[in-house]
Design a protein around this ligand. Structure first.
Ligand SMILES: Nc1nc2c(ncn2[C@@H]2O[C@H](COP(=O)(O)OP(=O)(O)OP(=O)(O)O)[C@@H](O)[C@H]2O)c(=O)[nH]1
Ligand SMILES: [Mg+2]
Length: 272
């Protein structure tokens, strides 16, 4: 698919190409709620990275017509799929629905989570895939807080402190060895999603991200962070809210007690 309609600054700097004959099947899941313009700009860039990449949009009946935009993209190429849900049911359950769809309908070996709003620059996809494939990593996490600093552009200081503090708190309470456990740009090897009992993953927003990382880690999978620069959304509206923060605050304690009790959400019910 040509990169039509993509702003010039997005065409440039997409990183080094994947090795010739990479050939691994990749599915990028993009959950959307009112992201029509962002989605229409983002998808061609993602597809343009490599022919092995396909996209699944999970839209929650966005009033701005994002679902129709996803259908138009799907009609223009066989590499875009759209899953429509009836109402805004939350980011966590959108991903769970997307993971289930991916496992049931594709043979994708690597399955990405990615935001629609260009906060996650598509240029990092290649490096994340390279790490997953060549270095045999099961979960690659795009990280804003590697090396002590914060690679975040255009966030108010209040939000930066909240996010940094939340990550420190999650690390201390759960023991999860990640600098950035709340971010939503990551690449799962298929087996990771197959091993986790997705039925039991009920959290939303930041909590969902922490929970997926935690279960992957507790199930013995290899996790690695790669540095990314996160840029605040240029357009569209935020879906952040207080409920999501409070949920994540309590969730980390639940995870800690689960690990103390030796409980996992692996499908076979025991740690690997
Ligand atoms: N399907 C679906 N997608 C959602 C829902 N909530 C958020 N999203 C999408 O999930 C991604 C991340 O949400 P954002 O609103 O960007 O969350 P954020 O990055 O924490 O906050 P801002 O960038 O400030 O808006 C975006 O692509 C959203 O459109 C939801 O309830 N359902
Ligand atoms: Mg965002």
């Amino acid at each position: 698919m040509p990169l039509e309609g993509v702003p010039d600054e997005r065409r440039a700097d997409l990183g080094a190409p994947l090795p010739d004959g990479f050939g691994v099947r990749v599915l990028v899941i993009i959950p959307t709620y009112n992201e029509r313009e962002n989605l229409t700009n983002l998808v061609p860039v993602v597809l343009g990275l490599d022919p092995s990449i396909e996209v699944l949009v999970v839209d929650d009946n966005s009033p701005d017509g994002t679902g129709d935009a996803a259908e138009r993209l799907a009609a223009s190429t066989g590499r875009v799929h759209a899953l429509h849900r009836e109402a805004k049911l939350g980011l966590g359950s959108a991903y769970v629905a997307g993971f289930r769809w991916a496992l049931a309908n594709t043979e994708a070996e690597f399955i990405f989570e990615m935001d629609a709003d260009f906060s996650h620059d598509p240029k990092y996809l290649r490096e994340m895939l390279r790490v997953a494939d060549e270095d045999n990593v099961d979960l690659v996490v795009g990280s804003r807080y590697l090396g002590g600093g914060a690679n975040v552009v255009n966030w108010p200081i209040r939000r930066l402190i909240l996010s940094y503090g939340a990550n420190l708190y999650a690390r201390i309470v759960t023991g999860l060895p990640l600098r950035d456990s709340t971010g939503g740009f990551k690449c799962f090897r298929r087996e990771v999603l197959e091993a986790i009992d997705l039925e039991q993953v009920r959290s939303d927003g930041y909590g969902f991200q922490i929970e997926m990382n935690f279960h992957s880690w507790r199930n013995g999978f290899r996790i690695r962070e790669v540095p990314i620069v996160f840029v605040d959304r240029h357009s569209g509206t935020s879906k952040m809210n207080r409920k999501i923060i409070i949920e994540a605050f309590w969730l980390v304690w639940k995870l800690r007690f689960m690990s103390l009790l030796g409980k996992t959400v692996a499908k076979d019910g025991r740690p690997r």
